[in-house]
Design a protein around this ligand. Structure first.
Ligand SMILES: Cc1ncc(COP(=O)(O)O)c(C=O)c1O
Length: 447
């Protein structure tokens, strides 16, 4: 199926964008000129009738694709029965079912307890609170490059872009940021091979932080993304992950993994942490969980989530319609979409590797990921100078050419389509990407 080539944004889109600009909060990040009319699977259409391949999935959210019939049916059926009752005060089966299912797939060998939220940031807030409550400790370690959300607690852990924090200090006290293991851009300035051989990112915690800053027995938790998302789709080393687990176990610190972007089958396993064979203590989930309906979860080892009645709650968290969508989503993911994510992801990674041969900006950059969580870094030279402006231009030019694709990190692009995407659509999206990158590299006189 060829993507039509009329002007984008068209007049109807432009009119909505103009109205939006004068009424919506100016804090929203500069957006791309795409105004959705409808979506189906991994395709979307704008209000002017233009079609696009969707490699963004609403920031890795629409796991089962846009408006999957089974998810839509579950939403309608639940909405006909009741839309809200407040799980803080009354009970309902669909909420229990989601919690039971999440406990079954929890990546640790111990019964779990679950707290349901509306969003990723709320899941992180819940995890901060349960960590402090359980350990009775005040301090938390998080990583540079991390994105954990924008409410004040989760924002205190976020250290992705300073604009996200600027103007909101003082944030939560007791948060300590340390370098995340990125062998491609070692924060200690080591070359890749040296970084892999002598990774000291965890040493920084043990030899610097614990000796000079904060005693380990006052640290409640280490929060980390098992694959850093907004930071650039960075897959850390096995050794780094194991050492974090060991430090946590040794000092009674909780290992909290933020799987809000990487979880729920996106990487070809339920959780990205499973690729490392490591068991965390607490998991935060959201994005893909209900295919776009607002739902998040804190999934903790049973003995950890032992706080008393009244310690935490939410009026809307675990909304019944969202829970119904989640049950349908989890079933679809288990019965085929997770395997598809692994297969299509491998194909995309191979195709990107192949594109290195004719794209100078891909040649020396990092192409990494798991399943359908793949990042491709655009760089200008062998020294890996980030091609930030060029990356931003690719995002915009891709829209003009009929592809939704999002950036992450300093100069990377992320490939995170719906888990149901088929080979033809993958192919179609990759062709547009290939053509767009050529066009932009020409604009920058690189070809
Ligand atoms: C890893 C991670 N944690 C937390 C969040 C925050 O989620 P939300 O935007 O639903 O609050 C995000 C969102 O991008 C994320 O990627």
């Amino acid at each position: 199926m060829a993507i039509n080539t009329t002007t984008r944004p068209g007049p109807k889109s432009q009119a909505i964008i103009d109205r939006d600009s004068s009424i919506m909060s100016g804090s929203l990040t500069p957006r791309y000129p795409f105004v959705i009319e409808r979506g189906e699977g991994a395709h979307v259409w704008d209000v002017d009738g233009n079609e696009y391949v969707d490699f963004a999935a609403g920031i890795a959210v629409t796991a089962t694709g846009h408006s999957h019939p089974k998810v839509v049916e579950a939403i309608i059926e639940q909405a006909k029965k009741f839309v809200h009752i407040a799980g803080t005060d009354y009970y309902y089966d669909v909420q229990v079912k989601v919690a039971e299912r999440l406990a079954e797939i929890a990546p640790f060998d111990e019964p779990a307890r679950v707290f349901l939220t509306n969003s990723g940031t709320e899941a992180v807030e819940g995890a901060i609170k349960v960590s402090r409550w359980y350990t009775g400790r005040k301090h938390i370690i998080a990583f540079y490059g991390a994105f954990h959300g924008r409410t004040l607690g989760s924002l205190s852990l976020t250290a992705s872009k300073v604009i996200q924090r600027d103007g909101f200090f003082p944030l939560l006290p007791g948060i300590h940021h340390v370098p995340y293991n990125n062998p491609y851009r070692c924060m200690h300035g080591r070359r890749e091979e040296d970084c892999r051989a002598h990774c000291t990112c965890v040493d920084y915690i043990t030899d610097v932080l614990f000796k000079r800053d904060v005693p380990p027995d006052s640290v409640a938790a280490i929060f980390l993304e098992p694959i850093q998302g907004e930071g650039g789709y960075i897959v850390p080393d096995q050794r780094f992950m194991q050492e974090i687990r060991d430090v946590c176990t040794k000092h009674g610190i909780l290992m909290v993994v933020d799987e809000i972007q990487s979880g729920i089958g996106r990487t070809g396993k339920w959780w990205a942490i499973e690729h490392f064979g490591i068991e965390p203590d607490v998991v935060c989930s959201a994005k893909g969980l209900a295919s776009g309906m607002p739902l998040g979860a804190v999934i903790a080892r049973q003995h950890v989530m032992s706080w008393p009645p009244g310690a935490h709650g939410s009026t809307f968290g675990g909304n019944p319609v969202s829970c119904a969508a989640a049950l349908a989503t989890l079933e679809l993911i288990e019965t085929g979409l997770m395997a598809n994510a692994a297969e299509q992801g491998e194909y995309i990674s191979e195709a990107l590797e192949e594109m290195r041969t004719h794209h100078p900006t891909l040649k020396h950059g990092r192409i990494d990921g798991r399943g359908l969580m793949i990042g491709a870094e655009l760089v200008l030279d062998e020294a890996r100078t980030p091609a930030k402006d060029l990356r931003n231009r690719v995002e915009k030019a891709a829209i003009e050419n009929g592809l939704l694709i999002l950036g992450c990190g300093e100069s990377s692009l992320r490939f995170c389509p719906a888990l149901m995407i088929d080979r033809d659509t993958v192919q179609q999206g990759l062709e547009i990407f290939d053509r767009t990158l050529t066009q932009v590299e020409q604009e920058y006189d690189l070809l």
